[in-house]
Design a protein around this ligand. Structure first.
Ligand SMILES: *[C@@H]1O[C@H](CO)[C@@H](O)[C@H](O)[C@H]1NC(C)=O
Ligand SMILES: *[C@@H]1O[C@H](CO)[C@@H](O)[C@H](O)[C@H]1NC(C)=O
Ligand SMILES: *[C@@H]1O[C@H](CO)[C@@H](O)[C@H](O)[C@H]1NC(C)=O
Ligand SMILES: *[C@@H]1O[C@H](CO)[C@@H](O)[C@H](O)[C@H]1NC(C)=O
Ligand SMILES: *[C@@H]1O[C@H](CO)[C@@H](O)[C@H](O)[C@H]1NC(C)=O
Ligand SMILES: *[C@@H]1O[C@H](CO)[C@@H](O)[C@H](O)[C@H]1NC(C)=O
Ligand SMILES: *[C@@H]1O[C@H](CO)[C@@H](O)[C@H](O)[C@H]1NC(C)=O
Ligand SMILES: *[C@@H]1O[C@H](CO)[C@@H](O)[C@H](O)[C@H]1NC(C)=O
Ligand SMILES: *[C@@H]1O[C@H](CO)[C@@H](O)[C@H](O)[C@H]1NC(C)=O
Ligand SMILES: *[C@@H]1O[C@H](CO)[C@@H](O)[C@H](O)[C@H]1NC(C)=O
Length: 365
């Protein structure tokens, strides 16, 4: 086992089977038989600091990336300078029952200066374009979010080849990781890169976007305001079989058996040189994906498994439904396991968007 450990670095691990996820057999999954068209029906993952919304598109995947310190500008001190000195007067007005006057004074002395906080920005879009030439086999598609192990996944079949993708946001590893696999040798071919926004509207705020070596790309710049927050985001791709190379600012996987993609991002809120920090972190990833996944699951479950909530069993017909169907049906008929899932989904979102040392829980809105 020890002798093997050296050889098992990164791409050298054995493939796991690519089998239909059968999410209906799991009470801890949100799932659907169609991809998420919008941000609002994509599946969310997060490690407290980094978050992603995964639509689960087949050929042209666009994963929206958030970083908790990426706001529309630098820190501003909004504390009203007169708040402290007017506090006794406002308190006295309240004690005297002169609430309207207290409110009027508080409007002047207790509101932020400037009034509004900065707004939170989406950081980037991870584009993964799969090189599928044939169309999907009807009825084979499934995507899910499992709130028990904090993983999102996609499965489909194309002309007898099964494909799967798994997405995790690991707190211990500090990165978002994606596993792309198929059950046919050499069937994984794709292109990947990070852009500011899928519609191109924010790409003009990128200052650089380039490949680094043969397996990495990095981009970055500033948000739209002045003075803005410099940021950087990058990906590194590792594959088993086939080849990995880069052209321009795109990393390409050619006829691999399986590929793993790692995404890192930093802003100047935490790193003086975000680009250097992104590249150093990506280069330092040594553990194989299954190890990164196992650590992620253990770390997440240490929080998630603190609470168990059961309302009893759902019926076979209830379990058989996709999540959108269950949402509609639960409107009129009580669905016990779905109610527990709803509760655990809320806890999942909080664990995914807030950890010790991160900013307020704002990932993915
Ligand atoms: C989701 O977003 C789409 C596109 O913006 C919008 O049409 C739709 O109403 C939204 N759905 C919900 C439930 O908010
Ligand atoms: C589907 O697979 C069959 C059998 O392997 C092959 O002959 C055919 O060309 C494939 N179709 C497409 C559209 O790739
Ligand atoms: C999938 O079903 C649609 C209609 O429901 C049909 O037009 C299409 O050809 C089917 N595709 C395949 C690959 O069977
Ligand atoms: C791959 O999975 C598909 C089902 O999606 C199956 O039809 C096919 O036989 C499998 N191929 C191999 C090589 O296992
Ligand atoms: C990149 O790939 C080329 C061609 O396969 C190879 O010659 C070169 O050594 C690689 N460079 C790095 C940094 O891996
Ligand atoms: C991409 O797909 C085309 C067919 O659409 C095929 O000719 C080409 O070999 C594929 N490239 C890779 C790297 O799989
Ligand atoms: C019924 O629900 C209980 C918990 O409420 C669970 O332990 C048990 O496994 C469920 N039974 C089935 C058949 O799923
Ligand atoms: C489960 O759902 C499938 C697809 O909607 C349907 O064909 C099947 O009859 C359902 N089974 C049960 C037990 O409800
Ligand atoms: C649930 O019921 C309410 C009230 O009848 C209705 O307004 C709403 O659209 C329903 N929601 C779903 C998802 O069916
Ligand atoms: C949070 O992080 C701080 C600084 O690393 C540490 O001292 C503290 O023990 C942590 N708290 C928890 C609850 O993990």
């Amino acid at each position: 086992m020890l002798a093997l450990a050296g050889a098992l670095l990164l791409g050298q691990v054995l493939s796991q089977a690519v089998i239909p996820p059968n999410s209906k057999s799991s009470s801890t999954r949100l799932w659907s038989t169609s991809s998420g068209q919008y941000w609002n029906n994509s599946y969310l993952i997060g490690n407290g600091r980094l978050g992603a919304a995964v639509p689960g598109n087949i050929k042209s995947e666009l994963v929206y990336i958030n970083e908790d310190s990426f706001w529309s500008g630098q820190f501003i001190d909004r504390v009203n300078p007169d708040a402290r000195s007017y506090m006794p007067e406002i308190q006295q007005l309240v004690r005297d029952g002169r609430v309207v006057e207290a409110t009027n004074l508080a409007d002047l002395a207790y509101t932020g200066t400037p009034l509004s906080a900065r707004h939170y920005d989406t950081l980037a879009t991870l584009e993964i374009t799969l090189n599928h030439s044939a169309v999907m086999t009807n009825g084979s598609y499934e995507r899910y979010l499992d709130v028990d192990d904090a993983s999102a996944g996609v499965f489909y079949d194309i002309n007898g080849t099964a494909y799967s993708r798994e997405y995790i946001a690991s707190n211990p590893a500090g990165v978002i990781a994606v596993r792309i696999a198929s059950n046919t040798t050499g069937a994984v071919s794709l292109q990947a890169r990070v852009r500011r926004a899928p519609d191109g509207s924010l790409n003009r705020f990128e200052d650089y976007s380039r490949r680094v070596g043969n397996d990495t790309m990095v981009m970055g710049g500033n948000d739209a305001s002045s003075p803005g927050i410099p940021f950087s985001a990058g990906i590194r791709v590792v594959a088993k079989g086939g080849s990995v190379y880069a052209i321009g600012d795109t990393v390409i996987v050619d006829h691999a058996d399986e590929a793993w993609l790692y995404l890192q991002s930093w802003t100047t809120y935490r790193k003086e040189d975000p680009e250097a920090a992104v590249l150093a972190d990506l280069a330092a990833i040594e553990k194989p994906y299954p190890d990164i996944r196992a650590e992620h699951v253990a770390d997440y479950q240490a929080y998630a498994h603190r609470v168990d909530l059961s309302f009893g069993n759902s019926t076979a017909a209830q379990r058989n439904m996709t999540t959108p169907q269950r949402v509609a049906a639960a409107n009129s008929t009580f669905d016990p396991e779905f109610t527990s899932l709803f509760f655990q989904f809320g806890r999942y979102l909080l664990i995914a968007s807030s950890r010790n040392g991160t900013l307020a829980a704002n990932l993915q809105g």
